[in-house]
Design a protein around this ligand. Structure first.
Ligand SMILES: Cc1cc2nc3c(=O)[nH]c(=O)nc-3n(C[C@H](O)[C@H](O)[C@H](O)COP(=O)(O)OP(=O)(O)OC[C@H]3O[C@@H](n4cnc5c(N)ncnc54)[C@H](O)[C@@H]3O)c2cc1C
Length: 117
């Protein structure tokens, strides 16, 4: 994690793929590409995971908000998004059981309540 050394490497070495942005998306894409044997340069204008990714609650929830939209708006695309999210979640849990595991959550709900938000 030596910035000066890495700048020098960027100028001297050849890479197959250059990814701009080292948040969760960029880091994930970089890892995937590196595991496939590509030489990857991962660049960020700040620090790794310093933007949106630093604020995540780290729940791999699979898209509960998309599910809400799918049901409320009868939107098939949103439902497909949920399926995709759940499939990705399965992959993460399978590939990285040391980082991600199922967590039981209890949501209090009053039968008389009308406000779900
Ligand atoms: C409060 C909050 C809670 C959340 N909780 C969850 C959760 O529980 N579960 C979940 O799945 N998701 C959650 N999310 C959403 C999740 O955090 C984001 O979807 C995810 O972090 C986005 O990652 P990203 O890599 O796309 O973007 P970012 O993390 O923003 O990464 C983009 C990177 O690109 C860099 N960059 C931008 N432009 C340039 C440029 N021109 N040159 C070089 N670098 C550049 C930035 O510096 C940044 O580091 C939450 C989000 C918030 C705000």
């Amino acid at each position: 994690m030596n910035r000066e050394k890495n700048w020098a490497r960027l100028q001297q070495e050849t890479f197959d793929i250059c990814i701009i942005g080292a948040g969760a998306s960029g880091a994930g894409a970089a890892l995937d590409a590196a595991l496939r044997g590509y030489r990857v340069a991962l660049i960020d204008r700040g620090d790794f995971a310093s933007e949106t990714s630093s604020r995540s609650t780290k729940l791999i929830h699979g898209g509960v908000r998309y599910l809400e939209q799918a049901i409320k708006k009868l939107d098939l695309a949103q439902l497909r998004q949920v399926r995709h999210g759940l499939a990705e979640r399965r992959t993460v849990i399978r590939n990285a059981p040391h980082l991600a595991h199922p967590l039981a959550i209890l949501t209090p709900y009053s039968v008389g309540s009308r406000d779900f938000t």
